[in-house]
Ligand binder design. Sequence first.
Ligand code: ATP
Ligand code: MG
Length: 346
Amino acid sequence: MMVNNRKDRILTGMRPTGPLHLGHYVGALENWIRLQQKYDCYFLIADYQALGDHVAEIERIRSAVLDVALDWLAVGLDPKKTTFVIQSYVPEHAELAMLLSMIIPLSRVQHNPTLKAEIAQLNKKDLSLGFFNYPASQVADILLPKANLVPVGADQLPHVELTRDIANKFNRLYGHVFPIPTALVGRIPRLVGIDGQVKMSKSLGNCIYLSDSRETVEEKVRKMYTDPTRKTATDPGHIAGNVVFTYLDAFHPNREELQKLKLQYEQGRIGDVQTKKILADLINSFLDPIRKRRKHYEAHPEEVKAALMEGTSRAKKIASETMAEVKSAMKIHNYEEGLDKITQLQ
Ligand code: ATP
Ligand code: MG
């Protein structure tokens, strides 16, 4: 699909709050890797957004910016085909967020279910105005490169919905500037944490990281909850709500074998130790090529730097074009024109 002779664009991103995990892969990265072939992709490292709840942890954000870049390269995002962007290096993100926050109804943000859930996780006194405002910054992030498609995990859907409404509202108020973006949710919309919590999340510390060693993966899988009603390996086991099977569903490449395994488990013919061993092996073989690519980039930091700097400078160009268009549409420019007219009349 092409708009105005250009490839359709993607904008999506991650917060540099820590290294990336399996949830990022199945919820988002897997799609990004596929889509980079066909779309003009902007992948944003949202460091300003991360400040919202990590303002006292600048060092953590600084190292996570590099972790995220390395993780992206390690999973196979190709900086020759795509554009990596550091949010704070393109100040237009902040400028557009400020302008759009003027047309975003406060009540829409107050009722945003994802924001509400995240606020509930925060200590009340840690809730900053900046954090509360992050859906507005996300609207701006998506609209700045005029994205058509936004591949994300399910938790991000309310933000994309808000973006669509605000793009429509802006176009109605000031004339057509923005395409209306569509969300695309990954194969596993929301991967649960290894503790069974509703979402694997850096903030909840319940993750298997893409950078974990083989031993760490084995250790984390060994500690996973299974079926609390099962006392011995010969008791019939339950699949529903069993974290090990949730992960097997996500990572087993062979549906038929997985079906057999589930049957054996339900009939008490296979124990937790064995199913966990199968899962750890599967995750490790999934991670092996990622580990190999990571080694390459760890040995070539100059390539990581080039990906970040070249991408960011491409994004700057697009950003300044959009901002000029936005300001012209809103008539927030050339105030001095009025003075020129007076001068001409005299
Ligand atoms: P934080 O806890 O700091 O917010 P996070 O783990 O939620 O970190 P983000 O950077 O906020 O990660 O999310 C980046 C992208 O990954 C988003 O598209 C989000 O929907 C997706 N994502 C994150 N966690 C999961 C998950 N457990 N399952 C599916 N998708 C996920
Ligand atoms: Mg998040």
